[in-house]
Design a protein around this ligand. Structure first.
Ligand code: NAD
Length: 268
């Protein structure tokens, strides 16, 4: 692999061995199906919440012995704790798809990424990662005097965080195109007498209902035209297939926190 890393490269199995964190969840089951459909990797262990017993479910300790890569779609607290356990064990890489991670969570994940490779992404689809590049480009070209940026997302009724990780990634892409800090430019809530829209802000709005898998759009609204760039997810297998692709890519990489733009070679 030609890595300059001081960490010895792990000996990778063929097929690649995958442990699924949150195996009983919606994404865990989609990951099981996505990995099972490939012949270059195999699910060797499944685990879920500590203490939860179900057929085919092992403990996290057992699961870490049996794999090269852990694919994790769980909760922020679980993902952070898991990265610490995986880093302490060594020789295993991680894919983190969990959303709702705070800056503090990411700092803790970065501490683990000093000794192990991790791909962390709020969205594993090729289309959304393409969309981020297009949004940054449009935000660069369509200035704040004429164009207001508004981000909309819709998800199923069981989603617990808002705005979605993907909406925030799109916000970061728009902010980077405009050369501003998203934390300062974003308007996350509007209620009551809000006054007129502040120029240069990036607005978010959120819908929750039914079984919506994931809708995202970024509008650039001027007085005389609106450009809308959007993405619609039709099947959560999309994210699971992207996560499996990321697992193939990350195995044997030098330590560090990577994202899906690295996996898809979409970095400018
Ligand atoms: P879910 O609630 O259906 O599944 C989560 C699973 O994690 C549950 O089975 C739960 O028991 C398990 N879990 C909780 N704590 C755990 C622990 N300590 N160890 C192991 N397992 C634990 O949720 P979901 O719809 O599958 O989504 C999971 C996460 O993935 C959410 O944050 C969601 O926003 C995110 N997501 C990301 C993408 C992406 O592309 N990055 C796509 C879809 C969903």
């Amino acid at each position: 692999m030609g890595s300059a890393s001081p960490t010895p490269e792990p000996v990778l199995s063929t097929p690649l061995r995958i442990s699924i964190a949150g195996a009983l969840g919606r994404m865990g089951q989609a990951v099981e199906a996505a990995v099972s459909a490939r012949d270059d990797m195999v699910v060797t262990a499944r685990f879920d919440r500590p203490g939860l017993e179900a057929p085919g479910i092992v403990t996290v300790e057992e699961a870490l012995v049996l794999c090269d890569v852990v694919i994790d779609f769980t909760t922020p607290a679980a993902s952070v704790a898991l990265t610490r356990m995986v880093a302490a064990r060594g020789g295993v890489a991680m894919i983190i798809g969990t959303t709702g991670l705070t800056e503090e969570d990411l700092a803790q994940i970065d501490a683990s990424a000093a000794t192990m490779p991790i791909v962390q992404a709020g969205n594993f689809s090729l289309g959304v990662n393409m969309l981020m590049g297009l949004v940054a480009q449009a935000a660069r070209a369509l200035g704040p005097d004429a164009y207001d940026i508004e981000i909309f997302e819709a998800h199923h009724r069981r989603k617990v965080d808002a705005p979605s990780g993907t909406a925030l990634m799109l916000g970061e892409a728009a902010a980077s195109g405009r050369g501003v800090d998203l934390a300062e430019a974003s308007v996350r809530v509007r209620d009551g007498i809000t006054g007129p829209r502040e120029p240069g802000t990036i607005g978010f709005s959120v819908q929750r209902g039914g079984g919506i898998i994931g809708e995202h759009s970024v509008s650039f609204a001027a007085e005389d035209e609106i450009l809308t760039l959007s993405h619609s997810a039709r099947d959560r297998g999309l994210f699971a297939r992207g996560a499996a692709e990321a697992a193939r890519w990350v195995a044997g990489r030098p330590p560090g926190r990577y994202d899906m733009m690295d996996v898809l070679s979409l970095k400018a």
